[in-house]
Write a protein that binds this ligand. Structure first.
Ligand code: F6R
Length: 260
């Protein structure tokens, strides 16, 4: 696992975007895994800028959303299908036919989850997955106690996550209780995982992710087993890391030929 500690949200966004840009330049038909929430916003904004100003081309790329609320009406502005369309797919010019999302409105949710796994497999798997982290250490919506081998399925949000996400809704009561999320096992199969975390509220979760024991109590800690995981944080989110100075030293002395 590589830890990169940067000054602020803007630097984190630019660094994570550069990983996307490098991949899509070298492999225009790359398969991208896409998170929502606040953390990836600066990444998506920077990618939209690279498309506008530097001709980065996503027209042949494929996207898979990480998760979706269950039960929001189609077209609800906070459904993750809409958020990804608005914040990423439209601004970067991703072909809507190549953008996949879990179906949180399916009558048969287990069948829809299995079908989503099939779609990911049929696309050849995810090349690059961007992740945020919840204050309780979740990735996707794999809340504490999730099976570390899980596949796409329905989950119940913790009240902490519902409170954290209430800012996107009119009132806390409007945040759905249920979600469909790629499983931990699904996420672990992405060939490269880039997790971005900013702000002091994420410091404990980042500590658990990087330095804690691998445990379903902090699901993100499973990334310690991932062969290519990059964690990009700002100083505030790194403030509980015991070895922060060592991670900075490693990055500062990284050989030029070694990419993220
Ligand atoms: C969203 C997702 C979640 C968020 C996490 C952090 O698709 O998968 O794991 O990344 O809840 O959310 P923010 O970035 O809003 O703090």
């Amino acid at each position: 696992m590589e830890i990169v500690i940067l000054r602020d949200t803007r630097e984190v966004g630019r660094m994570a975007a550069s990983v996307f840009a490098r991949l899509v330049r070298s492999r225009p038909d790359a398969v991208l895994g896409l998170a929502t929430g606040s953390s990836p916003q600066p990444v998506y904004e920077e990618l939209a800028r690279l498309v506008r100003e530097e001709g980065l081309d996503f027209s042949r790329a494929t996207g898979f959303a990480l998760d979706e609320y269950v039960g929001l009406p189609p077209g609800h502005p906070e459904s993750y299908r809409e958020v990804i369309r608005r914040d990423f797919a439209d601004p970067v010019g991703l072909d809507p036919a190549r953008m996949h999302s879990p179906d949180g409105g399916a009558a048969d949710l287990p069948a829809a989850c299995a079908a989503y796994e099939d779609e990911i497999r049929a696309a050849g798997g995810i090349d690059l997955q961007i992740l945020g982290i919840g204050t309780d250490g979740h990735i996707g919506f794999n809340e504490p106690g999730s099976s570390l081998a899980s596949r796409t399925r329905i989950k119940t949000l913790t009240e902490q996550t519902r409170r954290d996400n209430a800012r996107f809704f009119g009132s806390p009561a409007e945040v759905p209780h249920h979600v469909v999320t790629q499983g931990v096992g699904t996420i672990m199969e992405a060939r490269h995982v880039v997790l971005v975390a900013t702000g002091a509220t994420k410091a404990e979760a980042v500590h658990g992710l990087v330095e804690g024991p691998v445990s379903a109590m902090c699901v993100a800690s499973v990334l310690q087993f991932h062969p290519h995981a990059t964690v990009i944080t700002d100083n505030a989110a790194a403030s509980s890391l015991k070895l922060a100075d060592y991670y900075r030293h490693v990055y500062d002395n990284k050989p030029d030929w070694q990419e993220l």
